[in-house]
Ligand binder design. Structure first.
Ligand code: FES
Ligand SMILES: [Fe+2]
Length: 437
């Protein structure tokens, strides 16, 4: 029997066979992390790497569907040999690229009530016949991506305006303690002036938010034309906290392919899983991208009256500004209604981010403004959607967003994800240059 933390040669007993069913079990062999699972009830045991190659989601959260292992984030499916056999965003006719296949262990076997795993080719073709097997040690392996990640305490973040509270959270004459970049700041409102202690480069109010810049900012503010448009009604969601870094959360807000999976119980079923590539246009401080997608639009009153079909075309314009600002303008092309969602993320600590989400709704040309009841219903729905995103981020368990292209596998629908990683690399470089100057 192999032993020793660093070795990956030899056979490792990783789990009791009776503990492995059709829910993946995380295990460790040597210094490598895997999941073991039966792809059919009572069937053979298969072993897969611990993370999905796409966005590195832990496969311990995967499900078994039709004899395949399905990742919960974007629905990629893997057969028992680790071949990626389905990428829903490519559509039914799409073929997954070979680089989407999993790097599988050399062998896995069930023997004497134990699951044995050999990560690398070994001289012994089968596990030992008889030996004293004790319960495997609990996993000490934390699987992190190869290469650098963009984390919440990145030094470049000193040089940006960050949202630290909604304006309404700081009453006249009041004070508020906030966390930003691993430090505590005290905000005070005296008359029209908001100040910070310890002093910062600047504190300002914009878009109904208090912003703080620790050092001279190098970012470009996000514009929200809908905020000054009388055809829109506006509501803030109560701020929520995510137990993870800001950059992967922004990645989620820019992603059009996770809806049918992460949001399966809210808006997911309404969206087509097939997503065409959305071209990305570079802009000062970030980028924009327009994406059209089929979706169900049950809130269109004409659907119930038979004036329009349920399945409609939606055009989404994504606008991103580094480091953590996103505006999503969703235009329902048949009804003329528009929903704009503004996402602002505050990097509080390494493993904590606060989310500010503003909803701006328009019923379309010639239509009365959305009623307070409609706006309240939309806010409640967005809160549930955001809670699903936060749960998915918590399961991701990464220190930051991978910046090395080779750490993940990108497909054509991931254009904005690639652009985000590049924009954050540029932001880091700009920050380093300014610090050196
Ligand atoms: S399908 Fe696994 S992370 Fe996207
Ligand atoms: Fe989402």
């Amino acid at each position: 029997m192999a032993s020793g933390a660093a070795s990956t040669t030899g056979w490792f007993p990783v789990a009791r066979a009776t503990d492995v069913g059709t829910a993946p079990v995380p295990v460790v062999a040597g210094d490598r992390a895997y999941v073991v699972v039966r792809l059919r009830p009572g069937g053979e045991i298969s072993a897969f790497p611990a993370r999905c190659p796409h966005r590195l989601v832990p496969l311990s959260t995967a499900t078994v569907t039709e004899g395949r292992l399905q990742c919960p984030a974007h629905g990629w499916r893997f057969d028992p040999e680790g071949r990626c056999v389905d990428i829903p965003s490519l559509g039914a006719a799409g073929t997954p690229p070979p680089r989407a296949d999993l790097a599988m262990p050399w062998a896995v076997e069930e023997r004497q009530g134990w699951v044995w795993l050999a990560p690398d080719r070994t001289a012994t073709p089968a596990p030992p016949r008889a030996c004293d097997v004790s319960a495997p040690a609990p996993s000490p392996v934390r699987t992190e991506p190869a290469g650098p990640v963009f984390a919440n305490l990145d030094p470049s973040l000193e040089r940006a305006w960050h949202p630290v509270a909604l304006s309404r959270e700081l009453r006249p004459g009041g004070w508020l303690q906030v966390r930003l970049l691993g430090r505590t700041w005290m905000l005070r409102r005296d008359g029209a002036v908001v100040s910070a202690d310890p002093p910062a480069f600047g504190v300002r109010e914009r878009l109904g938010v208090i912003w703080l810049a620790p050092g001279r900012p190098a970012d470009v503010p996000l514009e929200v034309p809908e905020a000054g448009d009388r055809r829109f009604v506006s509501s803030w969601l109560p701020p929520l906290r995510s137990p993870g870094p800001a950059a992967p959360m922004v990645d989620t807000f820019l992603d059009a392919t996770h809806g049918p999976f992460v949001h399966a119980s809210t808006i997911g079923p309404a969206d087509s899983a097939e997503v065409s590539p959305g071209p990305v246009h570079a802009e000062p401080g970030g980028f924009s991208s327009v994406q059209e997608q089929w979706c169900d639009n049950p809130v269109d009153p004409q659907v119930a009256l038979g004036g329009r079909p349920l399945r409609q075309r939606r055009r989404t314009t994504y606008t991103y500004r580094a480091p953590f600002q996103v505006r999503l303008r969703q235009e329902f092309l048949d009804s003329g209604a528009t929903t704009t969602i503004v996402y602002l993320v505050q990097p509080e600590d390494l493993d904590s981010s606060r989310l500010y989400v503003r909803l701006l709704l328009s019923a379309g040309p010639g239509q009365p403004l959305p009623t307070p009841a409609t706006a309240a219903g939309q806010v409640a729905l967005q809160q549930r959607i955001l809670t699903e995103d936060i749960r998915s981020q918590a399961a991701l368990d990464l220190a930051g967003l991978p910046l090395d292209r080779r750490a993940e596998v990108h497909v054509p629908a991931d254009g904005r994800a690639v652009a985000l990683r590049q924009a954050l690399c540029d932001f880091m470089t700009l920050g380093q240059r300014q610090l050196a100057a």
